[in-house]
Write a protein that binds this ligand. Sequence first.
Ligand code: PXP
Length: 242
Amino acid sequence: MTQRLRLGVNIDHVATIRNARGGDHPDPVRAAHIAADAGADGITAHLREDRRHITDNDIDRLMAEIALPLNLEMAATEEMLAIALAHKPHAACIVPERREERTTEGGLDAAGQHNHLAYYVDKLGAANIRVSLFIEPTEEQVAAAARLGAPVVEFHTGRYAHVEGEGRTAELKRIADCAALAVKNGIEPHAGHGLTFDNVIPVAAIPQLVELNIGHFLIGEAIFTGLDASVRRMRDLMDAAR
Ligand code: PXP
């Protein structure tokens, strides 16, 4: 049997709904507690430069109140580095960030931005924060992550999630090949973005993957079934794939 696949539940969009009206409901920290009880192995939150969902106070509270490891998604900026070093979350996932995008639309250019990223990978690593780079599943990006000494990469599964038919099969193969390549280079591979009950199984079945980070679908589904049920079903599907 393959190793149990870890589930990181991304709670950003609980904060999106809260922020639509201001105030403090629904509370992403309450969502993190429910996700933990439903079988999440970690909590993921993206503190964006524009604070459109998760806020600094949410990060304070997640660190203080949640026992599960926090994976802080962050842009490679001095502001975010200072916040990460002040909080020392278990993990930091460096993501590309553009103000006008609706979500994280593509992976980092780890190859083209080597010098810029090296500073952040080194500073976070020196503080014992496990660094991950959110990259497209390509050989070039895995090789760049290896040159940067990143212990973890997270493959962007957005393209896999959005294309149909043969395109999807090809994307799945790219993710599987890159997961194997990452392991060969001593890098722990994770994956995430756009995963749902309908598309998670083939990704979860890739034996080298250690963790999936899933947010938008789980929070959306929670409107209909509750967050506990939505996380439990995802957990069951991931377990069934192994
Ligand atoms: N992993 C990373 C690095 C992300 O930026 C996101 C989206 O914030 C996710 C995983 C989760 O994607 P989704 O919300 O589509 O499940």
